[in-house]
Design a protein around this ligand. Structure first.
Ligand SMILES: [Zn+2]
Length: 482
């Protein structure tokens, strides 16, 4: 373990947490000069890190369905022999992306918003197009890297613990942006591949309309898809034009709405609170059954890698992550043996009955001297690292709040928190003609109307005919804004 990787990078996170808009730093890489073998190796190296940091959606039959559809589309492409791999990530954000070598990812967030198998095929085809055309990649957003907590290198899901030490360098691939011309070409290739398999290619334009709607609902902020796929003008029109020119392998062309929607029944929708949620500055993790109080007024962030909090002044950061080590004191001594790090007297005192080892430390980093305190806890067989630190000159003022927070780690016993469930999609068939508002009242979800409209491409309060199939977000605790 090198100090910059474990202590240096969180400073980047700190900057982000306090709300500074970091301008994306640009770097250029060209894949076109690479051999196919190198390209495949690059994807193969990055794939486990993407799986570790974002998580696979835990539904094997859904994974197999997307893999099979993707394989069919890729087989119709100019590079059928790549090790094509298609995965559904357990992420609520609306996104899809490709790595060199044929690794393609769609989030459960984007699957929820598709209205047919043809739309899924179109987006998979678009991503396949980025790979088959060997698009050069042009940009790395530092902000996005920071957002992923790379360098912290830790993941808060026990089953992912084996990846806890990864440095994450190849994950930078994930954040490379394609150029606008590449987007146009990928759209055209997406249309080509879906047509060759027999899907109605005009359906891909519906996805673009949906992404545009998400963007305007979000007040103009780009959905994640657009942050990696810049939106050329007239994209919908271009797709329709290509679609009209395309030769579709089947007549009639396949849309497969009725076959697609049942795959979404029961799917987690939005953030999954079982992976941890905040109420004010209090953090609860139902799956791991612990809770922590972070200092009042701090900004907080829960990701798959870490739970983090930053002081409003930006001069202290806390982070809770998975760690490695046979015992808390072994993990602590590994941490304290890092170059450039001095420690105070270690303590083996338990924290709220949990086996623990802790120490104050002082670290010389390229960003100056940091001071802090670290605790390793063995909680129900999982090793955790809970750390707080800041620049040495600010530490006197932050130490009290940080120590109180570090020592607040304790078992979660509140049933109402332990039993929390995520919102899930339910696919329903309208039983008789009724308007949307009536349906939502009957389902007890009048507060979720905007999400229902977006999920089903509905505007206003139309009368829904008997037999219409809809996706409804039901159950759980609603985190939406409407
Ligand atoms: Zn794209």
């Amino acid at each position: 373990m090198r100090l910059p990787a474990k202590v240096g990078l969180p400073v980047v996170l700190l900057l982000w947490l306090v709300g500074c808009a970091i301008n994306p730093a640009t770097g250029k890489r060209q894949f076109s000069l690479m051999s196919e073998g190198q390209e495949i190796q690059m994807g193969r190296d990055a794939d486990p890190e993407i799986v570790a940091s974002m998580g696979l959606y835990p539904d094997e039959s859904l994974q197999a369905y997307v893999q099979e559809l993707g394989t069919q589309l890729a087989a119709s492409s100019e590079r059928p022999d790549l090790p094509w791999t298609f995965r559904v990530l357990d992420d609520p954000l609306i996104n899809a992306f490709a790595l060199p070598g044929g690794y393609i990812y769609v989030t459960r967030g984007i699957l929820a918003h598709f209205e047919s198998e043809a739309e899924l095929a179109g987006v998979l085809g678009h991503e396949i197009g980025h790979v088959t055309a060997r698009h050069s990649v042009s940009q790395i957003s530092k902000q996005q890297i920071a957002q992923f907590g790379l360098g912290v290198g830790m993941i808060l899901k026990p089953e992912l613990q084996e990846y806890a030490g990864l440095a994450g360098a190849s994950l930078q691939l994930l954040f490379l942006k394609f150029g606008r011309d590449d987007e146009r070409q990928a759209d055209e290739l997406g249309v080509r591949y879906m047509s060759r398999v027999g899907y109605d290619p005009v359906q891909l334009s519906g996805v673009m309309a949906m992404l545009g709607q998400v963007t305007s609902d979000a007040g103009g902020g780009p959905p994640e898809w657009l942050s990696t796929h810049p939106n050329p003008a007239n994209r919908e029109q271009d797709i329709i034009r290509h679609a009209n020119d395309a030769e579709v392998a089947m007549d009639p062309a396949m849309v497969k709405r009725g076959e697609y929607l049942p795959w979404l029944d029961g799917m987690t929708f939005g953030e999954n609170p079982r992976e941890g949620f905040f109420e004010g500055s209090n953090f609860f993790h139902p799956d791991m059954a612990f809770q922590v109080n972070f200092p009042d007024g701090w900004q907080t962030l829960n990701s798959k890698q870490a739970v983090q909090a930053g002081s409003p002044e930006g001069d202290a950061l806390m982070g809770l992550t998975l760690a490695e080590g046979a015992t808390p004191s072994a993990a602590l001594s590994t941490f304290l043996s890092q170059e450039g790090l001095e420690s105070g007297q270690p303590s083996n005192a338990a924290i709220n009955g949990i086996p623990a080892a802790s120490a104050n430390f002082r670290a010389d980093t390229q960003d100056g001297v940091l001071q802090g305190r670290v605790i390793f806890l063995n909680y129900n067989g999982t090793m955790l690292r809970f750390i707080g630190f800041g620049p040495a000159d600010a530490w006197q003022n932050r130490r009290g709040a940080v120590n109180a927070s570090l020592e607040s780690f304790r078992p979660l016993r509140d049933r109402t928190k332990l039993d929390v469930e995520p919102v899930r999609l339910r696919v329903v068939t309208v039983s008789r003609d009724m308007d949307l508002a009536t349906l939502l009242n009957r389902e007890g979800i009048p507060d979720r109307a905007d999400a229902v409209r977006l999920l089903n491409r509905i505007e206003g309060n139309p009368t829904l005919p008997a037999g219409r199939v809809l996706k409804l977000p039901v159950g759980g605790v609603w985190q939406g804004e409407d």
